[in-house]
Design a protein. Structure first.
Ligand SMILES: NC(=O)c1ccc[n+]([C@@H]2O[C@H](COP(=O)([O-])OP(=O)(O)OC[C@H]3O[C@@H](n4cnc5c(N)ncnc54)[C@H](OP(=O)(O)O)[C@@H]3O)[C@@H](O)[C@H]2O)c1
Length: 268
C-alpha cells in the first residue's frame, strides 16, 4: 500500500502567500510529485493553486494533508477534512495524517482514529496515517484499525537525529517512515563527517542527508523558499551513497529532538 507514496516530497511549512505558490509550483516543475501540507500551515490553498498552475493532471500529484489537534474531537474530523478538500480544490487527498497526538492524551486514540478510518471509508482520503506517534500509540492504532491500515508515521528524522527506536518499529510493522526536518534546518554544515562525504560526492550536506534517508527506505519532505535549493534537494534522489558512507552517518553523534512542544507524547 505504501508503495505508491513518492519517497521524495516537498514540504510546505512556511510556503505561504505568492512566494509560497511560486516555490510549490517550482517544485512541481522540477519534478517533485508529492506535496506535504497541513490544516495548520495555511498552505492548503497555495498547494491547490500551484497544482492548477502546473497543469499537471490531478492523479500525477500525491497530496498529503494533516488534521490539526483542534479537529480531533468527536464529530470534528470529517467536516474539517471536507473543508481541506475545498480549500485545496480537490475531491480526495491521497494521504491524511493525524498531525499530533492530542497534548497530554486529552482525547482517547479511538475517538480520532475511528474518525480518520471513516474518512477513508467514505473516500475523502485514499490512505491514512499519523505523525509524531510513539510505539505505544502505533500499537493502539494497529489493534484498533488492523495491521496495514496506517500507511506512514511522519516523524522528525535526519542524520543528526536518527530516531532509531521508532524507525525500527515502523520498519518491522510495514509502516513507512516519513522524515520531517530531513535536512535538519541547516544544522549539518558543522558536522565534519557530513562535509567529507559531501565533498567526495561533489554534493551538498543536504543532498547527502536526503540520500541517506532514501537509502534507508524512508520518505523525506524537505522544503526551501529558494529555487536552487528546491532543485538541488530534488537531485538528491540521484545520489548513491556507498555502504561506508551510510555506516559513517549511522555512527554520527546524535543531537536532541528539535520539535518537542508542551504535552508531546512520551517519546520512545
Ligand atoms: N509532522 C510534523 O509535525 C512536521 C513538523 C515539521 C515539519 N514538517 C514538514 O516537513 C517539512 C520539512 O521540515 P522543515 O521545514 O521543518 O525542515 P527542513 O526541510 O529540514 O529544513 C528547511 C529549512 O532548511 C533550509 N534549507 C532547505 N534546503 C536547503 C539546502 N539545500 N541548503 C541549505 N539550506 C536549506 C530552508 O531555508 P531556505 O528557505 O532559506 O532555503 C529551510 O529554512 C515541512 O515543510 C513540513 O511540511 C512536519
Amino acid at each position: 500500500m505504501t508503495a505508491s507514496i513518492p519517497r521524495l516530497g516537498f514540504g510546505t511549512w512556511g510556503r505561504t502567500g505568492a512566494d509560497g505558490i511560486a516555490a510549490i509550483l517550482y517544485a512541481l516543475e522540477t519534478g517533485y510529485r508529492h506535496l506535504d501540507t497541513a490544516q495548520s500551515y495555511g498552505t492548503e490553498a497555495s498547494v491547490g493553486e500551484a497544482m492548477r498552475q502546473s497543469r499537471l493532471k490531478r492523479e500525477e500529484i500525491f497530496v498529503t494533508t494533516k488534521i490539526k489537534v483542534d479537529n480531533l474531537d468527536p464529530g470534528k474530523l470529517l467536516p474539517s477534512l471536507r473543508k481541506s478538500l475545498e480549500t485545496i480544490g480537490i475531491d480526495q487527498v491521497d494521504l491524511t495524517l493525524i498531525h499530533w497526538p492530542p497534548p497530554y492524551d486529552r482525547i482517547e486514540p479511538e475517538v480520532y482514529l475511528e474518525q480518520i478510518a471513516e474518512a477513508q471509508a467514505m473516500g475523502l482520503t485514499r490512505m491514512i496515517g499519523v505523525s509524531n506517534f510513539t510505539i505505544a500509540l502505533l500499537e493502539k492504532a494497529g489493534a484498533l484499525l488492523g495491521r496495514g491500515a496506517i500507511a506512514t508515521n511522519q516523524i522528525e528524522l535526519n542524520p543528526l537525529f536518527q530516531n532509531q527506536k521508532i524507525a525500527s518499529y515502523c520498519k518491522e510493522h510495514d509502516i513507512l517512515v516519513t522524515c520531517y526536518q530531513p535536512v535538519a534546518q541547516r544544522r549539518m554544515g558543522d558536522v565534519e563527517q557530513m562535509r567529507a562525504i559531501a565533498v567526495r560526492h561533489e554534493a551538498t550536506v543536504e543532498q547527502v542527508a536526503l540520500a541517506y534517508e532514501l537509502s534507508k527506505g524512508y520518505a523525506a519532505i524537505p522544503t526551501s523558499s529558494k529555487p536552487e535549493r528546491i532543485r538541488s534537494n530534488w537531485l538528491a534522489h540521484k545520489l548513491n551513497l556507498t555502504a561506508a558512507d551510510v555506516e559513517a552517518i549511522d555512527a554520527l553523534p546524535q543531537s536532541s529532538r528539535a520539535i518537542d512542544p508542551p504535552g508531546a507524547p512520551l517519546w520512545d
